[in-house]
Design a protein around this ligand. Structure first.
Ligand SMILES: C[S@@+](CC[C@H](N)C(=O)[O-])C[C@H]1O[C@@H](n2cnc3c(N)ncnc32)[C@H](O)[C@@H]1O
Length: 176
């Protein structure tokens, strides 16, 4: 467990790893959305991933992830604004932990994540399961995206010890 009791980055990396055989981890292209200080990237690196890009809007966080040496390309941008410079249809896996919540990535940022992912690629989204309002809004938006035929849900799983013993949830979607 991390010193802060925040387990989302390790769980996110584990969920990604479960879906990528070890001999493919150097090739698959991964985008860490809302990378923060780079904890998800660090956990992915520990599991053999080497082709990881990041999106993170904050100056301070961006300085930290630049100095980490983990990421190849780093986009200092907000998702959900209707425009960004991140290439479309590019990533095998888009992963994001802890950023679908009040005052963070808006629901339209989830649509952006679909656009960055290759057809047949995966979006792996982790969020807390105790701020029920944001979680319900996100889930209903993600269901609408499925009804529109943009992606299909592979799984959702409750995580019993996401943050200091409180629950989280991981959603896995395949982009169509
Ligand atoms: C709680 S941190 C999570 C960081 C990292 N994913 C982790 O699990 O350690 C949330 C991050 O979301 C970023 N963020 C907030 N709004 C965003 C947006 N619209 N687009 C992309 N990132 C955003 C913040 O700058 C912050 O670094």
């Amino acid at each position: 467990m991390s010193k802060t009791g925040y387990r989302a980055p390790a769980i996110a990396a584990e969920e990604v790893s479960l879906r990528v055989p070890e001999n493919q981890r150097k090739e698959v292209r991964v985008l860490d959305v809302a990378a923060g200080t780079g904890l998800v990237g660090k956990e992915l690196t520990r599991r053999g991933f080497t082709n990881i890009d990041a999106v993170e809007p904050s100056d301070n966080m961006m300085k930290q992830i630049k100095s980490s040496g983990i990421y190849t390309l780093m986009f200092q941008e907000f998702l959900g604004l209707g425009q960004n410079t991140i290439p479309k249809g590019t990533y095998d896996i888009v992963v994001s932990a802890g950023a679908i919540r009040e005052n963070h990535i808006p629901l339209s940022g989830i649509d952006d994540m679909i656009h960055f992912t290759k057809t047949g690629g995966l979006v792996v989204l982790l969020m807390n399961n105790f701020d029920v309002g944001p979680k319900h809004k996100a889930e209903s938006h993600m269901n609408q995206l499925e009804e529109k035929g943009l992606w299909c849900k592979e799984s959702s799983e409750i995580l019993s010890n996401y943050f200091l013993g409180k629950e989280g949830i991981v959603f896995i979607y395949r982009v169509l």
